[in-house]
Design a protein around this ligand. Structure first.
Ligand SMILES: CC(C)(COP(=O)(O)OP(=O)(O)OC[C@H]1O[C@@H](n2cnc3c(N)ncnc32)[C@H](O)[C@@H]1OP(=O)(O)O)[C@@H](O)C(=O)NCCC(=O)NCCS
Length: 133
């Protein structure tokens, strides 16, 4: 059974395998746990038999106007079952009182976010690949 939680107390690095598919230099499970702990908001989809995380979304915020969603990911074997949609909806509920909820995504994911009333803007990003850890 999949449960949705916003609490990391039961999550260990070993529960965070399989993410960052396609990344050349993916963060370790330990770093992913650190990323989630340091985030202002997080929602996890967890297999309640194993405790393994099968999807997550995180957000960073100034706690007044803006929130930013850096990452949303569902394990490849569990994609296309509505888990990503559920994670976004649960996060948007947490962020509903902010003026702005922003994210960047690849073009092929735009139609996914349009379901939640996100719209396309132009953006600028800077990436220091040497700092991937
Ligand atoms: C994007 C992602 C989180 C969606 O999660 P998911 O659990 O598979 O999504 P859902 O099952 O809730 O699908 C919702 C809708 O989005 C569509 N969709 C899902 N992934 C898609 C993709 N990669 N490209 C285009 N559409 C996609 C589904 O077809 C579905 O549409 P439908 O309801 O009209 O059939 C997941 O595919 C993923 O982890 N991808 C790799 C990481 C990534 O790209 N993250 C986004 C970074 S901003």
């Amino acid at each position: 059974l999949i449960v949705y939680v916003d609490d990391l107390s039961q999550t260990k690095p070993r529960n965070l395998g399989g993410f960052f598919t396609g990344w050349k230099n993916p963060p370790s499970k330990e770093k992913l746990l650190e990323i989630l702990r340091n985030s202002d908001y997080v929602v996890l989809a967890v297999d309640n038999e194993t405790g393994n995380v099968i999807g997550f979304i995180n957000a960073l915020s100034d706690k007044v106007l803006y929130a930013y969603i850096p990452m949303l990911e569902v394990l490849p074997a569990h994609q296309g079952q509505g888990i990503g949609t559920k994670l976004v909806n649960l996060m948007l509920e947490k962020l509903k009182n902010f003026y702005a909820v922003d994210l960047c995504c690849d073009e092929e994911i735009e139609s996914f976010y349009q379901h939640f009333d996100f719209h396309k803007v132009s953006g600028m990003i800077k990436r220091n690949y040497k700092n991937l850890k």
